[in-house]
Design a protein around this ligand. Structure first.
Ligand code: FE2
Length: 324
């Protein structure tokens, strides 16, 4: 991407649309630079919440401290013993007067990594049954879950209140967006995420917003990643992924250890990706838009926490406000 790239210039929109339609990431420099200043206290409080959680404080207690009981009724908390990363899932009902307007909204606090040395945390806002994928099937409770996130983490408004950013997303999607399945990230030094995709039914993309600290990103279309995999695959992996077409299918197998090694811990592979400009650094105020148009037409990405302190970022799934 050229250095003079300014995503807000009308002349840049056509180029941005081409990138979006081609599953290429779009880095939006300073997308929340102004709005995040208005929410700097909330950002500081959220960083402190994660530190308190790491020190063992109850997430349920901290969440309810942030919610107005006239609007939100406590509905208990659970811990999934089968998920070693989950710390606490706190359920809340939304109130409208004396009535319950939406049941079983939740905020789930988890470690990001299986590796115990990585102390990165995240909080996901959703509703209903996770195992039954209620969030993919139902749209009625989604706005309530978004409202819950916005009240618990007021810095959500740094993103949803940035008019140029929202207008840009609307333009790229071609419809009014709903920012749902919100995840608050607290990436600790050395943490991050291996290569993966966020292609989910009805999800048109993901908007990740760096509010404090910095992260490094590899982000590129799955088809382009498959070409690199085909070129670098050796030995038994070459039989499974030695052509672009085979590599495209091999990427669907998340349990392939040899492929994961190639993608995430092979310096020559990583250097080759960086050499063609697929690495980006996000600083506070920057956002990245990751398009998705289907299982093979989606932007794959890997994330690296940069800096010496845990950072803060909000990542939102992008959906059509009205499902077509
Ligand atoms: Fe992701």
């Amino acid at each position: 991407m050229p250095l003079f790239w300014d995503w807000q210039r009308p002349a840049s929109l056509a180029q941005a649309q081409t990138r979006f339609d081609s599953d290429l990431p779009i880095v939006l420099r300073g997308a929340t630079a102004r709005t995040r200043e208005r929410h700097s206290d909330a950002i500081t409080d959220s960083l402190a919440l994660f530190d308190r959680a790491r020190a063992g404080e109850s997430f349920e207690g901290m969440l309810h401290e942030r919610l107005d009981p006239r609007r939100w009724a406590a509905a208990g908390a659970t811990i999934d013993a089968a998920d070693t990363r989950e710390l606490e899932k706190v359920f809340v009902h939304a109130r409208r007067g004396r009535r319950v307007a939406a049941r079983d909204l939740y905020a789930k606090l988890s470690w990001i990594a299986h590796d115990e040395r990585d102390s990165s945390l995240r909080i996901r806002f959703s509703f209903g049954s996770e195992a039954l994928l209620d969030w993919q099937k139902e749209t009625r409770r989604a706005p309530w879950s978004d409202r819950l996130a916005a009240e618990a983490f007021p810095e959500c408004a740094a993103i949803t209140g940035s008019k140029p950013l929202v207008a840009f997303v609307e333009r790229m999607l071609g419809c009014k967006p709903r920012f749902s399945e919100r995840i608050i990230y607290n990436n600790a030094p050395g943490g991050g995420a291996h290569f993966h995709h966020d292609d989910e039914e009805h999800q048109l993309g993901v908007l990740y917003n760096q509010l404090e600290g910095a992260t490094g990103w590899f982000a590129l279309p799955k088809r382009q990643l498959a070409e690199f995999v085909a070129e670098f695959a050796r030995g038994p992996l070459a039989r499974r992924a030695g052509t672009s077409r085979k590599a495209l299918r091999a990427l669907d197998d998340t349990s392939d250890a040899a492929l994961s090694r190639l993608l995430n811990s092979t310096p020559q592979f990583t250097r080759a990706l960086a050499a063609v400009g697929t690495f980006y650094v996000l600083h506070a105020g920057d956002s990245i838009l990751l398009p998705t148009h289907g299982p093979d037409d989606t932007c794959w990405h890997a994330v690296y926490a940069l800096g010496s302190r845990p950072s803060l970022a909000h990542s939102y799934g992008l959906f059509a406000a009205r499902r077509r």
